[in-house]
Design a binder for this molecule. Structure first.
Ligand code: ZN
Length: 345
């Protein structure tokens, strides 16, 4: 099998205390879309096993894990103004981190080169010592650290969620072995992600941010992927590409203001699959983050799975005439300037 997928009913058990956009119906919508795409017949289903403490502690502080263990299992409440927990949220959070980790390890040990994990709660806002923005554990960061521990020399994380992954950026800020690339609405929650944020002094510009103005859509994201992400990934040559696969840049998303279509997400996935084939041995693992319009979430997750499962590497469509929003063009150039020649940019 070359493609793996993860879904488990435990991801339905993390339940908001009052109406909230990050709700179990999201996972159900994706599970239905994946079933319609015949994932069982085309991929290897990995169990959503709980992450182990030593895996979590590669990226989170001991005191934070102890705090969560005291507050969360079997209870309900709030970790910040946005981030709720219910009786089984801890089971879901451990399974989300474990699923992301196993997807990464399966890519490295050859069980499945590519994969998609439909997990919740999401992870990319969670910092080493702080829950934030619906996120308890940073699933993709825990997976990246596990990949490094399993022998990957370099890991890249592409974050196409509409929000900046402040947690992932902070966790790997000083780490030259993990390249973090994010495109996101800016200025917007959580506030970080300016083009000038390129990582710690010794990290060799391994943080890359492409902030995009509200209203950006398929053309702007295509430009970010073609002009910045793909060349940077070719320069970095990761052993594995992880994707913080949030679908809240979708045109109808109720939380954000972007205009990406399912075709736009398809193209982003195609670019990453092509680059993964070129420089990462084909290893490409997508882990769900946000996405709050159920129809868009299901459609975008399905096209992403299609790209991962396709027998041949799809060729991304030409980006077409480069008519993109002026503010997006200015930001792209600011990102390139901030990288100052790193990765050939
Ligand atoms: Zn998001």
């Amino acid at each position: 099998m070359t493609v793996a997928w993860v879904f488990d009913d435990v991801f339905l058990a993390h339940r908001p205390l009052s109406p909230h956009p990050e709700r179990p119906e999201r996972a159900r919508a994706i599970a239905e879309a994946l079933a319609a795409a015949d994932v069982d017949g085309r991929g290897l289903r990995l169990p959503a096993r709980p992450a182990k403490s030593d895996e979590i502690l590669r990226v989170h502080r001991t005191a934070y894990l102890e705090d969560l263990l005291r507050q969360v299992p079997g209870r309900q409440g709030w970790l910040d103004a946005d981030t709720y927990f219910s009786e089984r949220s801890w089971d879901a959070a451990l399974a989300a981190a474990g699923a992301a980790t196993d997807l990464a390890l399966a890519a490295l040990d050859g069980r499945a080169l590519r994969g998609f994990a439909a997990v919740r709660p999401p992870g990319h806002h969670a910092e080493a010592d702080r829950a934030m923005g619906f996120c308890l554990l940073n699933n993709v960061a825990i997976a990246a650290a596990a990949a490094r521990a399993a022998g990957a020399a370099r890991v890249a994380i592409v974050d196409w969620d509409v929000h900046h992954g402040n947690g992932t950026q902070a966790i790997f800020w000083d780490d030259p072995t993990v390249l973090y690339l994010s495109s996101h609405q800016y200025p917007f929650y959580p506030g970080s992600g300016a083009a000038s944020e390129t990582g710690g002094a010794g990290a060799g510009r391994t943080t890359i941010n492409v902030p995009l103005p509200a209203g950006a859509g398929d053309a702007e994201y295509a430009a970010a992927f073609d002009e910045v992400f793909a060349p940077a990934l070719r320069g970095f040559r990761p052993d594995l590409i992880l994707v913080s696969a949030g679908f809240d840049a979708y045109e109808n998303d109720p939380l954000a203001g972007m205009r990406v279509t399912a075709d736009g997400y398809r193209r982003m996935a195609e670019v990453l699959r092509q680059v993964a084939d070129e420089v990462a041995g084909g290893r490409l693992a997508c882990v769900l983050e946000g996405g709050y319009d159920l129809h868009g979430l299901a459609a975008c997750a399905a096209v992403t799975f299609e790209v991962l499962a396709a027998p041949e590497t799809p060729r991304p469509a030409p980006a077409g005439p480069a008519r993109i929003l002026e503010a997006a063009r200015a930001n792209l150039e600011a990102t390139k300037r901030a990288l100052a020649g790193a990765w050939g940019l």
